[in-house]
Design a protein around this ligand. Structure first.
Ligand code: 2BA
Length: 108
């Protein structure tokens, strides 16, 4: 068995969960934040059999689009605080997926 951990954009979460459920998989949605942008994103956990991983990855591919985002930056000013600098454009996935082995899944 595998656990697919998918980090996605908030805007894609509803579509993704709808499609995952439609395909008869079960998922858990966690509200998370990225370490770099420190903005909200969504982490989705999906437990599946080994031979179902590709099908679930395809659902992520269909539902999660890449987008760019401008993020504000600051630069030190004369040793006294910071001033705004030119914003930089960052490309945010699609989805960042981790597929990990699961020893056991136990439902009590
Ligand atoms: P964030 O850490 O907020 O990163 C958002 C986007 O900023 C990243 O998109 C990447 O394009 C850029 N970025 C991140 N760190 C950077 C750095 N040190 N320098 C320049 N640009 C940087 P994605 O790569 O698509 O990642 C989206 C989100 O997925 C991340 O949000 C983070 O929450 C998660 N993630 C990505 N890789 C991860 C990893 N190896 N481990 C854990 N979480 C990860």
């Amino acid at each position: 068995m595998k656990l697919i951990i998918g980090i996605i954009n908030n805007d894609d979460a509803n579509d993704l969960l709808t499609e995952i459920t439609k395909a008869s998989f079960q998922a858990t949605k966690l509200s998370t934040s990225g370490g770099f942008l420190k903005m909200g994103n969504v982490t989705v956990l999906v437990g599946v059999e080994d031979d179902q991983v590709a099908q679930v990855v395809d659902i992520f591919k269909t539902c999660c689009s890449r987008r760019t985002q401008m993020i504000p930056t600051t630069t030190p000013f004369m040793g006294e605080g910071f001033i705004s600098a030119t914003p930089v454009e960052v490309t945010i996935g699609g989805a960042t997926l981790f597929v990990v082995d699961v020893d056991k899944m136990i439902k009590l």
